[in-house]
Design a protein around this ligand. Structure first.
Ligand SMILES: O=C(O)CCC(=O)C(=O)O
Ligand SMILES: [Fe+2]
Length: 380
């Protein structure tokens, strides 16, 4: 940016505990910085940001770039207001539904802020999960996921290729699906209170997912409960919802990395919606409509929601399931371990996914058949 333009900018900076929040004001409105996010080693949080790395601008020594992924304020339906009644035709909910629809029908990814999941809960779940990944492989093997007949448990290092064409992801994961079944294998012996802590988070994320689905349904001009009936068995063997913690180990020696290997290969998610909470390391990228991968950096206090393949089918392509991946950072210093927590909020095994607009664009398929097919590809 030219220095004359730079002088017109008045940017106030407030240091948050982990993040620099930059608020840009252009008195003459010649530049709208509400859609920009600050980069340059520090990540900033700006209302409704859009990110495109190829379009970088320097203002007052800070680099700004357009965000590809909208940030939507979920307050009207956030869990912090869950005791207050809400009306599907209130203006606040309708506006939110429009914003969410716009994001999910174009980008397929959105950040939600003011979602109402307490930060302490998120922090404590990362602590609990890290305890699991710190166990020896011998102990973790007690909880191993056996693919043919089980959707729960630990996937050892490099066990999964989400991009079935490419090498396996440089990661381990812990999958929790049928957590309400009495014989669920909880590592309570090694990690006291693991079950109660994880269950509490699972239930909170599930509650938020139902709210997100309600808002999506309204945005699609459907009744708010149009999707809810298909998610009644989450947490049982008849459910397909899965909580997954991904642990991407530190990469100390690049010679251990296979050609073309990523932390998580290029893929779309298989199910309805995914709620994703990442730590502060970064590396997640999504493919934009021009086919370019653009960063989806961590933004403190937000969670990412993205559309999966089943939701795309269900809505006859109105909502978009977008390809994404997690990179291995080029710089050594960034190759420290990374973690993410995802709730794949998926319809029950026997739920039949039929195009909601009655178009028959895709033949009906059960959620169970669909997930099984995808899983077989990822774990050949
Ligand atoms: O770790 C992440 O940020 C994303 C992982 C992911 O996309 C997945 O597990 O489906
Ligand atoms: Fe994914």
């Amino acid at each position: 940016m030219e220095s004359s333009e730079e002088n017109r900018a008045s940017i106030s900076e407030t240091l948050c505990p982990k993040m620099l929040v930059c608020l840009a004001k252009y008195p003459d409105k010649s530049h709208d910085f509400t859609n920009l996010i600050c980069i340059d080693k520090r990540v900033a949080q700006v209302k409704n940001a859009f990110f495109q790395t190829f379009d970088r601008t320097c203002v007052n020594g800070l680099y700004w770039t357009k965000m590809a992924i909208p940030v939507v304020d979920f307050s009207a339906m956030g869990l912090q207001n869950k005791n207050q009644p809400w009306a599907e035709n209130s203006n606040a909910v309708k506006d939110l539904a429009d914003e969410l629809y716009n994001a999910c029908s174009t980008v397929g990814f959105v950040y939600l802020k003011n979602h109402g999941i307490p930060q302490e809960m998120i922090d404590s779940i990362f602590v609990e999960m890290d305890k699991f990944f710190a166990l020896s492989d011998k102990v973790k093997t007690k909880y191993k996921r056996e693919y043919k007949f089980c959707r729960d448990g630990w996937n050892s290092f490099e066990a999964e290729s989400l991009n079935s064409e490419g090498p396996p992801g440089y990661k381990e994961t812990l999958d929790l699906n049928s957590i309400y079944e009495p014989d669920f294998r909880w590592p309570n012996e090694e990690i006291p209170n693991f079950q109660s802590n994880i269950t509490r988070t699972y239930e909170t994320m599930t509650e938020l997912s139902f709210r997100v689905l309600s808002v999506m349904a309204i945005g699609l001009q459907l009744k708010h409960d149009a999707f809810a009936h298909a998610f009644e068995k989450a947490g049982t063997l008849q459910g397909e919802t899965m909580l997954r913690y991904s642990y991407y180990p530190t990469i100390t020696d690049m010679s251990n990395v296979k050609p073309g290997q990523l932390r998580c290969g290029e893929h779309t998610d298989w199910g309805a919606i995914t709620l994703l909470i990442q730590d502060d390391v970064g590396g997640l990228e999504i493919r934009n409509v021009e086919g370019k991968f653009v960063p989806a950096p961590p933004i403190e206090g937000t969670i990412v929601v993205n559309i999966g393949d089943m939701m795309e089918r269900w809505t006859a392509d109105k909502l978009k399931s977008t390809v994404h991946r997690v990179l291995i950072p080029e710089e050594q210093i960034k190759r420290r371990h990374r973690r993410s927590l995802a709730l794949f909020f998926n319809p029950d095994v026997d739920a039949v996914i039929t195009c909601m607009d009655g178009s028959n664009k895709y033949p009906p398929v059960t959620s169970g058949e669909w997930v099984q097919m995808k899983q077989n590809l990822a774990h050949k």
